[in-house]
Design a protein around this ligand. Structure first.
Ligand code: PHE
Length: 452
């Protein structure tokens, strides 16, 4: 396959785009990160702010990002450059594309480590150690696992190799096939876990924690984390939806597809939260356990259910698939850039970006053990990479996309691209990307900095 064909290929259908975009959106962000951030930031109020960010900022930016992708039809950097040229705007806009390439690369470095945990748990969960395991032992097993740089390093390596293998095979082959069956299966497994959680004895407390907003528990930093999580979970602000948009046929409705993807993404996150917090309370655990949350709580459920080991394996296998379809989206902008601009073939571009990501990921591996005390301004390497990307780069990238789509690109162009039948819908979108998203993000930044 030549790069040319790759660049200009199109999705075979609207369904293929939706599947791939939800493959990118639904991942560790929904199942691993959303519950742990909600737990760390006090629950209900955080969830409410998160949902507000998804609706008022996430959806309009997803529409904008997909639209820029379909118009530009290249990697994010080249798309931004081309569209800026078209609108006679400064070529500096290409740096918005750059920001995305770097953010995706940085995110994948730790994403791969966490996905590696899911792979390891796939193999561990059927061991007799987990049979009727209690909270204390589940925590102990996780701590033990986490303390080994070798284990974590091996699983990180395996996940990275798997990702780069899929990426090197090109977009249509690798992606479409993966997301078609896995997403519905994941939804089903989560629903079964939810039913289990309903009977766990902690359901009322879990639901109250998740949905009863107590604003006294939410800090300015917590609001910023919620905003960052909205970008992270939807896969926005770094050009990956832009890459997918570039394969979208002209007659497909961008707005409708974006709404569907957002709805699916939000549903999966909430279902994961509903499965986890009842277990937390039923077993006397703390909601603010940090990144280990799902790995410490869910095994308790698997250990108690009949056939739980098998179900647990299915669960971790599905997380692996959800993670790899997101991982592919995270690195695609970098690979697309290396193959379009640096004249590398796809395999070589994959190799370079994969090795780079792997090396950076070692910093995260060590953050959970030998470097857990190596901190700068109170944060480990993992916490820095996460904070810089989710809380700064994605929101900034997203706002640049919003500004470009609404202030730089002409109205005629965006109207023609979005083809919204009802002019009020276009107007609503325009107000959201022009004013609400940039001002909202700016206010949240200032709030987190303590300026307001
Ligand atoms: N949305 C993915 C998740 O929730 C992660 C991701 C972020 C993917 C940014 C692509 C771009 O796991």
């Amino acid at each position: 396959m030549t790069e040319q064909r790759f660049v200009h290929a199109q999705w075979s259908s609207r369904l293929a785009f939706i599947l791939a975009a939800s493959g990118s959106a639904i991942g560790l962000g929904n199942i691993w990160k959303f519950p742990y951030l909600a737990g760390d930031n006090g629950g209900g109020a955080f969830v409410l702010v998160y949902l507000l960010c998804v609706v008022a900022i996430g959806i309009p930016i997803m529409i904008a990002e997909t639209m820029l992708g379909r118009r530009g039809r290249q990697s994010p950097i080249n798309t931004m450059r081309t569209l800026a040229g078209e609108a006679k705007a400064s070529s500096l806009w290409r740096y918005a594309g750059w920001l995305g390439v770097i953010a995706g690369f940085m995110i994948l470095s730790y994403y791969s480590v966490i996905a590696g945990w899911a792979m390891a748990y796939f193999f561990k969960i059927n061991s007799a150690l987990f049979e009727h395991i209690d909270a204390a032992n589940s925590t102990r097993l996780f701590e033990y696992f986490k303390s080994s740089p070798e284990f974590l390093g091996i699983w990180h390596t395996l996940f990275m190799v798997a990702t780069m293998f899929v990426v090197s095979r090109g977009v249509s082959g690798g992606l479409e096939r993966l997301s078609r069956f896995m997403m519905p299966a994941l939804l089903l497994v989560l629903l079964i876990l939810d039913v289990y959680a309903m009977n766990s004895g902690g359901f009322g407390r879990g639901m109250a924690f998740l949905f009863n907003p107590d604003f006294s528990k939410l800090t300015g930093e917590g609001v910023l984390v919620a905003l960052g999580q909205a970008f992270f979970s939807l896969g926005l602000g770094m050009g990956s939806i832009m890459v997918y948009g570039s394969y979208l046929p002209p007659d497909v409705s961008i707005a409708r597809s974006s709404l569907l993807v957002t709805a699916a993404d939000t549903l999966v996150a909430l279902l994961a939260g509903i499965a986890i917090f009842p277990l937390v309370f039923a077993n006397g655990l703390s909601p603010s356990m940090g990144p280990g949350l799902i790995f410490e709580t869910l095994p308790i459920a698997f250990g108690q259910m009949p056939g739980g080991w098998l179900f647990g394996m299915l669960f971790f296998a599905l997380i692996f698939f959800a993670a790899i379809t997101s991982a592919v989206a995270l690195i695609e902008p970098a690979v697309a850039f290396l193959s379009e601009n640096q004249g590398m073939n796809r395999e070589k571009a994959c190799l370079y970006s994969g090795v780079g990501c792997w090396l950076l990921g070692l910093g995260t591996v060590f953050s959970f053990n030998i470097w857990s005390e190596v901190k700068w301004l109170g944060k480990t390497v993992y916490e820095w990479v996460d904070m810089l990307t989710a809380e700064i780069m994605l929101p900034v990238g997203g706002v640049l996309i919003a500004i470009f789509a609404s202030w730089v690109m002409t109205r005629a162009d965006s109207e023609a691209e979005l083809k919204l039948h009802d002019p009020r819908h276009y107007q609503a979108w325009l107000i959201l990307v022009r004013y609400v998203a940039p001002i909202g993000v700016a206010l949240i930044f200032l709030d987190a900095l303590g300026v307001i």
